[in-house]
Write a protein that binds this ligand. Structure first.
Ligand SMILES: Cc1ncc(COP(=O)(O)O)c(C=O)c1O
Length: 444
């Protein structure tokens, strides 16, 4: 990588290797160095790299018909993939709208919510309530609904000023002796307080990740939290959007993450794992009642991008879904996920700098603290998060370090989201690499 590069990089002085090929659980750089991919990038590569079935299906689709604009035609891959995803949803009649990335999927969800209320004669229901420590995308609306301060700060007052409630985050928020269910209820009732403050007549939707990914380092909800959230949304006529862009499509051991919390969202967004990184693809699933509003009023959903329902992207998505089913990968997600949790806990649970190890399925987080007892995070100046990323790359490991889990920029965690094909031997290798990394960062 040199100054001569014409790429407008994400950072000013990037010193990244070049990825030249990838297979299964590994990515290789220009020098042939092998990286064990334990986060699928950012929870993307769910069936591993260069899976022959996906490669074959994608090549076949590109050869047959790569793209035909969906303003003029439908296509078989989008029809079949939509049927597959809608078929996984617990209520019949759901419809699926395909876009190219997570931000577009959530932007689509917000526009759906606004147009839904407008067609019901309630055009003032506009605000989207979200949670502190959340990330829902980088468009202006989705960043407005994100509580991730470092990512929002730079856009300042350009963003919409929408309300946010505290997340359900037992490690830092549950009181000593408070039963998990009571905590779940207390955390959920914050939504009701916020609705009372803002006025239900001004609120279109509440958005939350069933299992929080990058912003908190994989945090599942307390028992009963989402059931209570569902009740509150029903009482006050507010749509409930489940952002499953990271935690959906099987990552937590069930196709939809919300299945494990026994509630039905009105809108679900999926991306990342939906096409396993083989193509950019995302989906916004609308429950039947949301879609029917458009058919009943005779006014179509006013939205669209050039690549909506892109045939090749949907063909890749369909092939990824077939691999997950044919290879029974969700049972591997559950079993190997348990193995991962057990081995992380056994190896690192007792370390002074490890505060919490948590998650579901093959979606796990480790939160680091300067003081295990007080849960105080490491000081900002220590730059723990970038140090973890550097050390991981040095040791040939792809994981996803993040910050801000305590407050604003403070707090550090790593997110693990390996491909669903991970085996115990890969987990054992991960433990060895983490051990070496932690020695560099915390003992060095
Ligand atoms: C939960 C969640 N929602 C939305 C997004 C935005 O997705 P994208 O980066 O594909 O636009 C992300 C990306 O990390 C995410 O983790």
């Amino acid at each position: 990588m040199s100054d001569a590069s014409a790429v407008f990089y994400r950072s000013l002085a990037p010193s990244m290797p070049e990825a030249v090929n990838a297979k299964g659980m590994y990515i290789y750089d220009q020098d042939g160095k092998q990286y064990l991919d334990m986060s699928g990038g950012a929870a993307v590569s769910c069936v591993g790299h260069a899976h022959p079935h996906v490669v074959q299906a994608l090549c076949a689709q590109v050869e047959t018909m790569g793209f035909a604009h969906t303003a003029f035609f439908t296509n078989a891959p989008q029809e079949r993939l939509a049927a597959h995803i809608a078929g996984k949803f617990a209520e019949a009649g759901a419809k699926v709208y395909f876009t190219s990335g997570g931000s577009e999927a959530n932007e689509t969800a917000f526009k759906l919510a606004w147009q839904y209320w407008r067609s019901k004669g309630q055009p003032n229901k506009k605000k989207i309530i979200s949670r502190v420590h959340s990330y829902h995308g980088n468009t202006l609306a989705t960043l407005s609904a994100s509580g991730n301060l470092p990512r929002r700060r730079v856009m300042g007052d350009v963003l919409f000023d929408w309300p946010r409630i505290d997340p359900c985050y037992a490690y830092r928020d549950q009181k000593e002796g408070e039963p998990a269910e009571a905590y779940g209820l207390r955390a959920a009732n914050r939504l009701e307080d916020m609705i009372a403050r803002e006025g239900a007549e001004t609120i279109a939707a509440f958005i939350a990740e069933p299992v929080v990914g990058a912003s908190l380092g994989v945090v599942p909800p307390a028992p009963g939290y989402f059931k209570r959230i569902r009740e509150i949304c029903d009482t006050h006529d507010i749509l409930l959007i489940a952002d499953e862009i990271m935690c959906g499509t099987g990552r937590t051991g069930t196709f939809f993450a919300h299945e494990q919390d026994g509630f039905l969202p009105d809108i679900v967004t999926l991306a990342k794992g939906i096409a396993g990184g083989y193509q950019p693809l995302a989906a916004t699933l609308a429950r039947a009642k949301v879609h029917q509003t458009f058919t009943q009023t005779g006014k179509a959903f006013a939205h669209g991008h050039t690549y909506v329902g892109h045939a090749s992207a949907c063909a890749a998505g369909l092939a990824v879904m077939e691999v997950i089913e044919d290879e029974d990968l969700l049972s591997n997600v559950r079993h190997t996920g348990d193995y991962l949790q057990e081995h992380l806990t056994a190896a690192f649970g007792g370390r002074a700098y490890v505060g919490d190890i948590r998650g579901r399925g093959l979606f796990r987080g480790i939160e680091f603290v300067a003081d295990k007892k007080t849960k105080a995070p490491f000081a900002d100046e220590m730059n723990i998060t970038p140090a973890l990323k550097r050390a991981a790359m040095q040791h040939g490991l792809i994981c996803y370090p993040g910050g801000g889990s305590a407050r604003d920029n403070l707090g550090s965690h790593i997110l693990l989201a390996p491909p669903f094909i991970a085996e115990p031997a890969h987990i054992d290798a991960l433990i060895g690499k983490l051990d070496a990394m932690f020695a560099d960062v915390f003992d060095g």
